[in-house]
Ligand binder design. Sequence first.
Ligand code: B12
Ligand code: SF4
Ligand code: SF4
Length: 419
Amino acid sequence: MAPSKQSTRNDTWPANAPADYPAEWQRFREGDAEAGFEITENFERFSQHNDIFNRAWWDEKVKSEDVMAFYQSQRRPVPRRGEGFSQWDWALLNSAWSVARDFAMRGLKEGMREGFLDPFKSFLPKAETQAELPSPEDTTARIKQVAAYLGADRVGITEFDPRWVYTHRSDAGSKTRDQKPNDLPEGLTHVIVLAHEMEYSLVERYPSALAAASTGREYSREAAIVSSVASFIRAIGFEAVGTSNDTGITIPYAIKAGMGEYGRNQMVITREYGPRVRFSKIFTDLPLVCDSPRKFGVFEYCNICNVCANACPPKALPEGPPKEGGPNRSSILGVTKWTADCEKCFKFWTKMRVDCAICMRVCPYNRDYTKWPNRLMRWLMGSRFRRLALKLNARARHGKRHSPNEWWAKAGDEFRGGH
Ligand code: B12
Ligand code: SF4
Ligand code: SF4
C-alpha cells in the first residue's frame, strides 16, 4: 500500500505526471485538472473482485453469519420491534427492489448478474444500418431528450476513460465470485451518465428498512431506464452497453459528465438533489459532445464540515484533507481523495440487516431545492460566507432523523379516499 500523503490538489497534476503512465492515458490530464482529480504514480485500475460486496463471498475477513442474514433478509426478512423494521417496512423495501432483482436473476443460469456484476442485456439488437445523424450537438440533444423521456432525472456526457473500467468482473457463476474478463466492445468513445433522484421523505428516515426502499426503487428504475436508453441507441445502429453498478467505477464518470462534485461522504453531490441521487451509465460509440465538470463550492465546504464523518455510527468516514490510498484492499490505489473504510461500513449494514445512508441524510446539501430558502443556503455554502452557513446548519439541526411511523401516517392524511 502506498504511504498516505497530504493532498496538494491540482498541483500534482498535470505538472508531475507519473513517469510510467501509459501514453494513451496522457490525454486525460487536462480533464483531470479541470475536474480536480489527483492521480499519482501509484495508480492501478481496480478489480471488482475486491469491492466489499464481492469480498463477502471469498474473504474470511468479511464473511460472517451477519452477512448471510443480511442477504437472507432480501427475501425472508425477520421483522423486529424497532420503528421502521415492521413487516410493512420490510415489504416496502423488498418490493421496491423487486424489478432490479428480477433483472439480476434472469441471466443467473449463464453466470450473469445484470446491473451488479454484468451489463444489461439489450432487448433490441443493434440495427444493421446506422441512422443518419445530425451534427454531434444535435445528436447529443436528442439522446438527452430520449433519456429524459424514458425517465432519467438528469443526463450528462463524458469521454470513455478506461482507467475507471474494472480490470475484471466478478463471476456470478462461481461460489467464490472469481474474476472473469470485463469485456467491452471495441471503439467505445463516450459514457452517458443518467441520474436517478432518491425520495426525500424516505431518505430522511434512514436508518430503517422503510428508508432503504428509496435505494431499492432507484435500482429498479435504473434497470428499466438505462436498458431502454441503451436499446434505443442500438436501434439507431450504434454500440451501447447499459450498466448500473457493474463494469466500472461510476463516480469519476459522473463528475466529469458535469453531475456534481465529490464529497467527504464518498458521493457525488449534485446541485439539484445534493447527494440524494444514484447513477447509471451507458458506454457507447455514438459521436457526442461532452459536458464539463461543474463546481459550486462543495470541496471547500467539505473541508470545513465534518457532519457526515461525525454522524457515521461505525466511524467509517475520513476526517481531515484527502489522502492517497485507503485502509484496505477495497480502496483504489493512486488516487488522492477522501476514502472510507468500507469494511466498517458494510459490517454496520450487516448487523442492522439493511443498508445505511445516514451520511446522505445528514449532509447539508441534502435538501429540497424547489424551495427558495434551500437554494439560498446552497448559495451561502458555496460562498465566502460558508462558515456562517456551517453555524446556521448546526443551529437548525439539519438532517435529523424523521420517524418512519410518521411516513405511514401520511397514508391516513393524503391517501384516504381517491388519489
Ligand atoms: C461497492 C460499493 C459500495 C460499498 C463498498 C465500497 C468499496 N470500496 O468496496 C459500500 C457498502 C461501502 C457502499 C456504500 C454506499 N454506497 Co455505494 N457503491 C458501491 C459500488 C457498487 C462500487 C464502487 C467501487 O467499485 N468501490 C471500490 C473502490 C473504487 O472504492 P474507493 O477507492 O473507496 O472509491 C470510492 C470513492 O472514493 C469513489 N472513487 C473511486 N475512484 C475515484 C476516483 C476519483 C477521481 C474520485 C473523485 C472518486 C473516486 O468511488 C468509490 C465508491 O465506493 C458503486 C457503483 C459503482 N460501480 O461505482 C456504488 C455507489 C458509489 N454507492 C452509492 C451509494 C449511494 C451508497 C450508499 C449511500 C448506500 C445506499 N444506501 O445507497 C453508501 C454510502 C457509503 C459511503 N459513504 O461510502 C452510489 C453513489 C451515488 C452518489 N450520489 O454519488 C453509487 C454510485 C451507486 C449508484 N448506483 O449510484 N457502496
Ligand atoms: S456532510 Fe459535510 S463534509 Fe460530509 S459530504 Fe456533506 S458537506 Fe461534505
Ligand atoms: S452508509 Fe452508514 S455506515 Fe456507511 S459510511 Fe455512511 S453513515 Fe457510515
